[in-house]
Structure formats: C-alpha cells, structure tokens
Design a protein around this ligand. Structure first.
Ligand SMILES: Cc1cc2nc3c(=O)[nH]c(=O)nc-3n(C[C@H](O)[C@H](O)[C@H](O)COP(=O)(O)O)c2cc1C
Length: 244
C-alpha cells in the first residue's frame, strides 16, 4: 500500500468501460470521495437533512430484517452537554466497553494500523517520538472532533454478534448517505471505550449494547487533518478465487 493524498484517486473502481452504469459511477464516486472527517465546522445540519440521512440509512439490510439498530442523534445543547460530560468522564474514570476491543493487531493488521496512524500524525506534524502529541490527537475523539451532532448507535444484546454486524452495515449506509448529502462524518469506536457512561447519559436500556458513535456535520476545509486519506489493499490480498 502506498500513501495517497487528498488529490490522488484512491480507487480503480471508477474506471469507465462498456459495463459502466450511472449508478456504478455515482456509487464509485461516493466510495472514493468519502473519508473520515476529524475536524468539523460548528454549523448545525438542518433537521430535514438529518432526517433525510436517517431515512436513507433505514434501507440497510439486516438478518431476518430485524433492523436491530437504535440511534440517539444529538443537536445543539444535546451535543454540547454530551461533549462536556464525556470529556469529564474520560478524565476521571477508567474505560469500560460493551464489546471486547481487538485483542491485538498482528501481522498485516498491525502494519496497516501503523501506516494509517503514522500518516495521520504526519499530516498533523506530530513526530513518531511525540507520545504526548499522539495522546492529544486521540483525545480529540472525546471532543467529537468539534462536530455539531453525534449519532449513538446501539444494538439489541440478544442478537449478539450478528446484531452488531447489522449495525456495522447501518453505519456504512449512514456514512455513504452523509457523503451523498454533502455532509462529513467520523465513525468512532473510541466512544465505545466508555460504553456504560454513554448508555447512562442517554438513558439507553440495559438490553442494549453501544456499538459506536458517528460524529457528523460539515467538514472544516482549512483543517490539515482533513487532508489525510487512506489507501486500501489490492484485491489479491483479500480475495481467494475458488473455480473448480
Ligand atoms: C468501526 C470503525 C471504528 C472507527 N473508530 C474510529 C475512532 O475511534 N477514531 C477515529 O479517528 N477513526 C475511527 N474510524 C475511522 C477509521 O480510522 C477509518 O475509517 C479508516 O482509517 C479508513 O479511512 P477513511 O475512513 O478515511 O477512508 C473508525 C472506522 C470504523 C469503520
């Protein structure tokens, strides 16, 4: 994998040929252009736009059409109070999750994680030995990267891992829907490192599990962190063909 800049194309999917349809071109563009925004403008998104986005995300498929996601969406004072109280909680309490976080990142996963992290820190001018700088950037998660809204996605505990998978699909639709509406978003598992606090803050019932938060709004185009783009592995690294 090689680093890619905001200007560079990140996909070959958008290559045009005889099989190209308008839908393919549109979806390829959304996939190529979407990225994780880590600095938002304060401007709120109009309620009708948020509802349009949530209506799109409702089209997500799920096992037996259970649609296990429930979403709390914050705006205005709701976002500010969550941001303030979360920051205070993170300063004073240990992490606690609803789902186990990765046990380790080994091999290629370690490599990809490191590449992504170093590119992010490079973009911000944080050197490899600046541990404080890395922690400061990590803590920006708990300020929701200044976003005016966050969507808190939970799943039904009884539905186990597949309920969480369905929620992952929901998050993907949400991210692409946001992109299609000119919005920026950041999926944040970091918020799930304080899951009991998040559930209590929003009065989420005991039978629900917090999967992740999605901060969203309008990207700050002047923020260096928003110029950072990631690459993807080539097909032959992830696909095995079984032909006979
Ligand atoms: C499930 C999930 C959890 C993530 N959690 C975080 C997070 O806590 N903080 C963060 O800055 N980015 C987070 N990300 C963003 C990823 O780092 C990002 O999607 C990945 O590096 C690919 O970059 P891109 O989204 O810009 O294409 C998360 C993404 C996913 C899908």
């Amino acid at each position: 994998m090689s680093p890619s800049s905001a200007e560079a194309s990140t996909s070959q999917a958008s290559t045009s040929d005889a099989f190209t349809t308008d839908a393919f071109t549109t979806l390829s563009r959304l996939l190529d252009d979407r990225w994780t925004c880590r600095k938002f403008l304060p401007d709120p998104v109009p309620q009708e736009q948020i509802e349009r986005l949530l209506t799109m995300a409702q089209r997500t498929p799920s096992w037996c059409n259970t649609q296990p996601w429930q979403v709390v969406v914050t705006s205005g004072r709701g976002t500010e109070r969550f941001r303030e109280e979360l920051a205070e909680h993170v300063r004073s309490q240990p992490p606690a999750t609803d789902f186990d976080f990765p046990a380790q990142y080994a091999g290629v996963y370690r490599d990809r994680r490191r590449e992504c992290g170093f590119q992010l820190y490079d973009t911000l001018g944080i050197s490899k030995d600046d541990a404080d700088g890395r922690v400061r950037q990590m803590l920006r998660n708990f300020e929701l990267f200044d976003a005016p809204h966050v969507a808190v996605v939970t799943t039904e505990a009884d539905l186990g891992v597949y309920g969480a998978v369905d929620c992952g699909l929901y998050v993907s639709t949400f991210l692409l829907g946001a992109q299609s509406l000119g919005l920026a978003a950041a999926p944040q598992a970091a918020l799930a490192s304080y899951s009991p606090f998040v559930r209590e803050h929003f009065g989420i019932p005991e039978n629900r599990r917090f999967v992740l938060g999605i901060s969203f709004g309008y990207a700050d185009p002047a923020a260096p962190v928003n110029a950072f783009r990631t690459s993807r592995a080539e097909l032959d690294e992830v696909v095995t063909w079984s032909l006979s």
